[in-house]
Design a protein around this ligand. Structure first.
Ligand code: HEC
Length: 124
């Protein structure tokens, strides 16, 4: 009886240890599908009218697509999208561009890193 109880406890403990690993291994594509794709497209397919197309966003000037009506606060940001600016924006969009149209960020730095990598080459 004690033995099997130990067994169950062991299984429970090891599950809770393994779970964060699984999350950490989540690919950029998976995070994108789960958290961004409702509003954004990351390739050249049609759609994504709610938000700017993110195909080629890495290295692009901030708020520079001519066919998208950006908010004034985002338009006022200088520079291009690189590792640093994307990470800052995705961590806290409302801190990066207060009053901008994108509300929610991604709190997990590993997920942000995976997203930035994915945005560099969404076809991967
Ligand atoms: C609820 C809809 C919504 C979701 C979900 C969303 N965004 Fe956005 N995003 C927007 C909108 C709207 C803008 C335009 C912001 C503005 O004009 O202030 C934007 C702008 C951006 C930009 C700037 C694009 C440019 O051309 O300068 C990037 C980069 C971006 N989003 C990345 C992401 C990523 C990565 C995710 C997933 C973690 C995400 N967004 C989730 C709505 C969304």
């Amino acid at each position: 009886m004690m033995r099997s109880l130990f067994g169950i406890v062991f299984v429970l403990v090891s599950c809770s240890i393994v779970a964060p690993e699984v999350v950490a291994q989540t690919s950029g594509r998976q995070v994108f599908s789960a958290k961004c794709a409702t509003c954004h497209k990351a390739n050249n397919s049609v759609g994504g009218a709610v938000a700017p197309n993110l195909s080629g966003v890495y290295g692009r000037k901030i708020a520079s697509l001519s066919d998208y009506q950006y908010s004034v606060p985002l338009k006022h940001q200088q520079g291009t999208w690189d590792d640093h600016s994307l990470d800052a924006y995705l961590a806290a969009p409302q801190k990066f561009a207060p009053g901008g149209k994108m509300a929610d960020g991604v709190s997990d730095p590993k997920q942000r890193a995976a997203l930035v990598k994915y945005l560099k080459s969404p076809q991967d």
